[in-house]
Design a protein around this ligand. Structure first.
Ligand SMILES: O=c1ccn([C@@H]2O[C@H](COP(=O)(O)OP(=O)(O)O[C@H]3O[C@H](CO)[C@@H](O)[C@H](O)[C@H]3O)[C@@H](O)[C@H]2O)c(=O)[nH]1
Ligand SMILES: [Mn+2]
Length: 750
């Protein structure tokens, strides 16, 4: 009742909800105490062991697992989330008070990232519920492709029909390929007028689709149109900057195409480089105080997303503003039960945990940044207009006068005056899009997206948290953005490898979380959270070791686990059982199926021993100065959703060595199990139980567990074609496995 009488303008735009987390904490503490008991037990009984090696290795690995467990507990200890109220915002604020927002979309390759996907993302963003004259959309094309530019021009034409259609009929999904997908049809009670418009729109979109597909199919002839002449004879890695204003001053947001200058002599820093060009070009052209960045495959799924973001921007819950506002990733057309374990379903608890510390990580996409934060300001910096001297900004922002002038406005928080139209600023924009512009400036070091890691997102977010900013994450219903998860096993591995590599690079950079806590303003618990994620690649080493241990013990007749008749066996079993039931319970609460839980569990092991291990190794190679990994763009697939296709969920393999460690682990454990079973057969019937005890039931069970985790690989050994592991990989892995078994036998004699 009280609420109704309350003045609607005084209601908060966002509310924070603290979730009860007592049960989880109790279980996590229980697991921690079991892990600690195990470690103590190992220390106490070390002297009783015949074989020190496995015992010691197990102790080291388990210490590591305990450490990671503690980090995870620290993140998840407090749980909270926020809810935003766009309707209250609309009552409270007038549209003309809304800030301008610059939208950045990045694409890098028209083949791996089909234009039609990118253009749907663009359309969904152009059509959001927000005043169109307050928006500018910048598309960065690292592929320097005339097809992408052509598609954008055609898309802007279609947008002039699409935006009014969406807004008039309040369409919910504003990416046409989803809206017109097979399961959306007209309803009985739709008005005649709507039916007519719907059909018209569907046809128009069909035409756009055909145009884009046709343009992508054959070689593009740039000569016939002067507008495309700049694309003649350009190479994607060596060309001048191309900036084109596709649309301005119409009832459409500004639409601008950018292909930054590239030259093989200059490092382009992949996505981080592209983001910095976008920041500078938009700084010169529109200079909005808020910037949203979206990967080319992440379409806006909720038209109110920008209003949700404004709720967070206008009504920061703390006495201090937030640096960035993240919407979590979700995926469309995700494969059933997540066979490759890459849909991040179980990240929910981590996100809510981070919300109770300094705020969620920056995930690289679907995130609103304050421009002043990207420009390097700290929360308490107060800069007066009269104190900012444009000349002094030279070393930070570079030579361009237009950029420095606009940056001065942002830094001092001055109101924006009437600006020139984007097309009159193309020359200035081309200047800041040059590949040598950044030399001798702070771009990539203190300002903009930071260089030095393939996970530029986490690194940039860490830099922002390190200056003391908080961040927030918002989970509206329906999901704000939906994107593509890698849809094949090899592409999923490539992505995981890049992440593991990039994350570990952060720890060896000067942005080490613990240093930022000591010297900067990163919260201690947030630093622990950053360690948890940045150590992904490093986890592969103890896990690899632990996957070999049971096999080693069976082959050599030694032990790394307590024997069945030993009381401590209960501890080991307790850890395994309680942990798995706990994760299952966590998944169940999120509505995740049993099958998906199993896939997540086993794929976590597979990914760690393959992709993360390679990510780890490539950081080692980089440290030794031997090689530097490149950003491999993930392939985006535009699937037609005609029923569930069983084949797409099947594992496919290529010749890449990345799966080899997994195959070796599998072969070694298979050998050990055969070995163990043969030995059991030799002992008499009445001694079988004694035999089991002698062999070590724990070790046998562990080996079976490894086998179950690598079950898909086991099937791959016997399949042919793309569904089978290539025979060359099997042979090489077989040799390595034999070598391992041989070494085990040798070490037995010590
Ligand atoms: O040289 C490059 C390479 C990539 N991209 C763009 O970067 C985005 C992300 O690339 P993608 O291959 O889709 O990588 P994902 O693994 O799916 O991306 C996740 O991980 C990246 C860091 O590894 C983050 O940058 C992303 O935002 C995050 O979604 C795409 O829009 C690309 O077009 C560029 O613009 N230039
Ligand atoms: Mn992606």
């Amino acid at each position: 009742m009280a609420k109704d009488t309350q003045d609607s303008t005084s209601l908060p735009l966002q509310e924070n909800f603290v979730h009860d987390n007592k049960t989880s904490r109790a279980i996590e503490l229980l697991i921690l105490s079991l892990l600690s008991s195990m470690l103590i037990y190992r220390v106490v009984f070390l002297k009783d062991q015949n074989h020190y090696l496995p015992w010691l290795l197990a102790f080291l690995c388990e210490s590591w697992f305990t450490f990671i467990w503690v980090l995870g507990m620290c993140i998840k200890w407090n749980q909270c989330s926020i809810k935003t109220y766009p309707d209250r915002l609309l009552k409270r604020a007038n549209e003309y008070e809304f800030p301008m927002i610059d939208i950045f979309v990045t694409t890098a390759d028209p083949i791996l990232e089909p234009c039609i996907i990118t253009m749907n993302t663009v359309l969904s963003l152009l059509a959001v519920d927000y005043p169109t004259d307050k928006l500018a959309l910048y598309l960065s094309d690292d592929g320097c492709s005339p097809v992408t530019y052509y598609s954008l021009v055609e898309t802007a034409k279609f947008a002039k029909l699409w935006i009014p259609f969406c807004k008039t009929y309040n369409i919910q999904v504003r990416a046409p390929f989803r809206y017109f997908s097979s399961n959306s049809t007209l309803l009985e009670d739709d008005s005649l007028e709507f039916r007519h418009e719907w059909k018209k729109m569907k046809n128009e979109y069909g035409d756009l689709y055909k145009k884009i597909e046709l343009a992508a199919e054959r070689p593009f002839t740039c000569e016939r149109d002067p507008d495309f002449a700049v694309f003649c004879d350009v190479q994607r890695s060596d060309h001048p900057a191309i900036i084109k204003v596709v649309s301005e001053n119409t009832n459409l947001p500004h639409v601008i195409y950018i292909s930054r200058e590239k030259n093989p002599k200059h490092h382009h820093h992949y996505k981080a480089g592209a983001m910095n060009i976008l920041t500078r070009v938009s700084g010169v052209m529109t200079n909005a105080p808020l910037m949203l960045n979206v990967d080319c495959d992440m379409y806006a799924n909720n038209p109110q997303t920008f209003l949700h973001a404004l709720c967070m921007v206008f009504d920061d819950k703390n006495d201090q503003e937030c640096g960035f506002f993240q919407f979590p990733q979700a995926f469309y057309d995700g494969l059933k039960d997540d066979p490759f374990g890459n849909q991040l379903a179980n990240f929910y608890y981590l996100i809510n945990g981070l919300s109770a510390i300094q705020g969620s990580f920056y995930g690289g996409s679907n995130c609103f940044h304050r421009r002043k934060v990207i420009y390097g300001l700290s929360p308490n910096d107060e800069i007066k207009t009269e104190n900012v001297r444009i000349e002094d900004l030279h070393e930070v922002f570079g030579k361009s006068f237009e950029l420095r002038e606009s940056a001065a406005h942002i830094l001092s928080g001055a109101k924006l005056e009437n600006r020139k139209s984007p097309s009159s600023l193309i020359e200035a924009a081309i200047h800041v899009a040059g590949c040598s512009y950044e030399y001798g400036t702070d771009w990539g070091k203190k300002v903009g997206w930071l260089y030095g890691s393939l996970a530029e997102d986490i690194l940039t977010g860490l830099g922002i948290h390190g200056r003391g900013w908080r961040s927030v994450v918002c989970l509206p219903h329906p999901f704000a953005f939906l994107g593509c998860a890698p849809s094949t096993f090899p592409s999923s591995l490539a992505q995981q490898k890049r992440w593991a590599n990039g994350l570990l690079e952060i720890l060896v950079s000067d942005k080490n979380p613990i240093l930022l806590t000591i010297k900067g303003n990163l919260w201690f618990r947030q630093a622990l959270a950053y360690y948890w994620i940045c150590l992904w690649g490093a986890r592969s080493i103890p896990e690899l070791c632990y996957a070999f241990l049971p096999a080693y013990c069976i082959i050599t007749g030694s032990h790394f686990l307590p024997k069945v008749n030993d009381g401590a066996f209960i501890i080991a079993m307790g850890i395994v059982i309680i942990y798995n039931v706990y994760v299952l319970w966590e998944c169940k609460r999120l509505g995740v199926s049993l099958r998906m839980w199993w896939n997540l569990q086993t794929m976590a092991r597979v990914t760690t021993l393959t992709a993360w291990l390679f990510g780890f190794l490539s950081v080692v190679l980089k440290l030794m100065g031997l090689s530097n990994a490149a950003f491999e763009v993930t392939k985006k697939e535009h699937k037609s959703n005609d029923g569930d296709d069983k084949d797409v969920c099947m594992f496919t393999y290529d010749k890449s060595p990345i799966i080899m460690p997994g195959v070796v682990v599998l072969l070694v454990n298979m050998t050990a199990l055969v070995n163990g079973v043969l030995r059991l057969l030799k002992v008499g019937h009445n001694e079988i139980w004694m035999g089991m005890l002698g062999l070590g039931l724990g070790e046998m069970l562990c080996s079976v567990w490894v086998l179950l985790c690598f079950w898909e690989f086991l099937k791959g050994l016997f399949r042919s074609g793309i569904y089978g592991i290539p025979s060359s990989t099997i042979w090489k892995s077989g040799v390595l496995a034999l070598l391992f078994v041989h070494l085990c036998r040798r070490s037995q004699s010590f």
